[in-house]
Design a protein around this ligand. Sequence first.
Ligand code: ADP
Ligand code: MG
Length: 418
Amino acid sequence: MQVIVQKFGGTSVQSEESRKHVIKHIRQALTKDKDSKVVVVVSALGRKPKPYATDSLLQLVDYPTNYNSKRELDLLMSCGETIASVVLSNELKKHNISSMALTGAQAGIVTNNEFNHAKINHINQDRIFKEFKDFDVIVVAGFQGQTEDGEITTIGRGGSDTTATALGVALQAKRVEIFTDVNGIMTADPRVVKNAKPLNVITYDEISHLAYHGAKVIHPRAVEFAMQAKIPLRIRSTYEEDGGTIVTSGKSYQRKRPLNDRVVTGIAHQSELTQIRIQTKEEAYRLQSEVFKAMADAGISVDFINISSTEVNYTIPQHVTTKAVEILNELGFYPEVLKECAKVSVVGAGMTGIPGVASKIVQSLTDADIQILQSADSFTTIWVLIYEKDLFKAVNSLHDAFELSKVNYIKQDFVIER
Ligand code: ADP
Ligand code: MG
């Protein structure tokens, strides 16, 4: 027996019509692959205002001004995926596919007790393997798990991706397929860049950078799980028969076609950021040691940190600006605060050691009259902070500058197996 994991996002499972495509892919995995069983991971049905979408459920308790504990929010939010698992399982049976629905907890997913953002600690595979004796398909509610002492938890937005790859690792799946509403990983978010192109192949490293810097097509933690266990990952459209993007470590694919023949692979962006700038004269050390500890203690995630002897700069999500400034004032720091910023990240494993990438970025943003507020780089990524009002223009200018719309995408049915 071999296990295939397929994950279907919210829009893919939102209607009976879209679920017909879902069922077709499940049937194909059962018939095309010999002696296979399928674990299907589902997100909640559609997006707000659909009644069982996560954000619609939260409205029932007037989130975020509600009186519920985080624990109770998790109880509530987990219902969306549980409902989706039963609805899909019901339709699979109607189509003569033997299927059983399980919550994350029943599927053996054990998390820590950080409600709303829990981490998967381990997965007990026994239940799923036991049910595979009687059923061909197990539909698992994504985005949720259970603590050691039986509390229901959720694992953060985009968490169903992580449920899928974590199950893929635990069940030693032949492959994990992430089905969504676009054709795969694209050179940029197609909602921002009209002529963005899907990529045939991408490395784990590149996709984790794109995901970490805001490409929400897959959750970064999901990539980490797949990468560690080298589980083949394919991101593809629910509405297409074939195609999509293969995520690989690069080595096996490079024999056919070198991955590093491209300098830039894709562009990610993240909006609604606030830049915090704190000047200091003598207290630089106290500043750097106290500020980041205070932010961490308050659960505020910081990014884009630049430290010099006279200044500390960093970004935070815009919605926590007031809280962050209050904390800094209490410490005796009075920051300059710049709201409505956005981060644009240019990612490519092939840029390492290639001169001129950064200058090309600066040049094309300058030509487009876009001011760079801050910048940073690593081996595979160069990122810049800009005003949010320039975001659309910036992503499109960079996409043009690196000629990403000329990427040659070939729609094919990949055979990649571990
Ligand atoms: P799902 O509900 O299937 O998980 P998401 O909305 O979470 O779907 O992710 C898919 C969306 O991610 C796409 O509709 C697209 O707008 C967005 N996206 C952002 N960056 C990229 C990218 N580089 N490639 C593909 N999609 C992207
Ligand atoms: Mg998603």
